[in-house]
Design a binder for this molecule. Structure first.
Ligand SMILES: O=C(O)CCC(=O)C(=O)O
Length: 293
């Protein structure tokens, strides 16, 4: 195996020979649109993240602020979502360029090798789901937004957005696990049972959708998936809560989904590599030139 890679092959296009390298992870990411990263964070980090969840204010109203984080539940079914969670403490900062996934997301959605090579986190949030909570299906290749699209051509991944969903609690049957329809990131059709609005889905129920797979995780495992895959989460029937953190990575020239701006304190505190992900394009203003920036 050359360079420890699983596979290397050559493709001739016109007069050009392209060297294409991929490994088993790339193969399944391309095929299914998602992969599972086992033991992505270590037990100590997992503990610190759970302690941080414990410190969330319990009575925060929808749209209420907690420092530079905001409670902004995506929809009425999903449960509590604390947005901009990278501002929620050091354990969340460590996730920005976590070695378990940073190279992979860079390869898949970081415009690798181009003049805009680099990543950006355009959304990051903590999610707490209790009994009854679920997430309606959305995305899929059919009429999908370019922002989350799956794309591979000429030996390069050029996805719009890839997500890391990190489990902080075990997610098994009845826990409200993430649902994916493998391969749907390339689909040319809408899933016939997922037409209509999210409220229609709620009325019909969406726990037995043909082709959907519920991804079971141990605390500390993560799912890496292209946002363009058709996905959601099944209804939690167990007591207790499911805790996950979701970091959405995208192209270096992206913008934050909800308009959050990372605080100057955070940008000053993190490492240069992390800062480059939070703010790939530094602000340019006349006063910065005079300040020698
Ligand atoms: O909560 C989940 O498991 C899925 C979340 C989701 O679909 C999303 O945030 O887009």
């Amino acid at each position: 195996m050359p360079n420890g890679r699983e596979s290397i092959f050559f493709q001739q296009i016109g007069g050009m020979i392209l060297v294409m390298e991929h490994d088993i992870q790339d193969y399944f990411f391309d095929l299914n649109g998602y992969i599972v990263l086992k033991n992505a964070v270590d037990p100590q980090h997992l503990r610190e993240l759970n302690e941080a969840f414990d410190s969330f204010p319990q009575d925060l109203a929808y749209e209420g602020w907690w420092g530079n984080c905001q409670r902004l539940d995506n929809n009425k079914h999903a449960g509590l979502e604390m947005q901009n969670i990278v501002e929620g403490g050091e354990p969340f900062e460590r996730l920005i360029d976590h070695p378990s996934w940073v190279n992979s997301v860079h390869k898949y959605c970081g415009e690798e090798g181009s003049y805009v090579d680099g990543l950006f986190i355009d959304e990051c949030f903590a999610s707490v789901r209790r009994t009854g909570g679920f997430f309606p299906f959305h995305s899929g290749g059919y009429q999908g937004a370019l922002r989350g699209a799956y794309h591979y051509a000429n030996g390069q991944f050029r996805c719009g957005q890839c997500n890391i969903l990190l489990a902080l609690t075990d997610v098994g049957a009845g826990d409200g696990g993430t649902l994916v329809i493998p391969g749907s990131h390339k689909s040319n059709f809408v899933h016939p049972t997922l037409t209509g609005s999210w409220d229609d889905q709620v009325k019909r129920g969406h726990n037995n959708i043909p082709g959907a797979v519920e991804v079971h995780l141990k605390a500390g495992d993560a799912i890496l998936f292209v946002d363009g895959i058709c996905h959601g989460a099944s209804a939690r029937t167990n007591p207790g809560e499911r805790r996950v953190v979701i970091y959405r990575y995208g192209v270096s020239w992206g913008n934050t989904r909800y308009g959050f701006r990372y605080s100057d304190e955070l940008l000053a505190r993190v490492t240069p590599a992390q800062r480059k992900i939070l703010q790939p394009i530094p602000v340019r203003k006349p006063e910065m030139a005079t300040a020698g920036v």
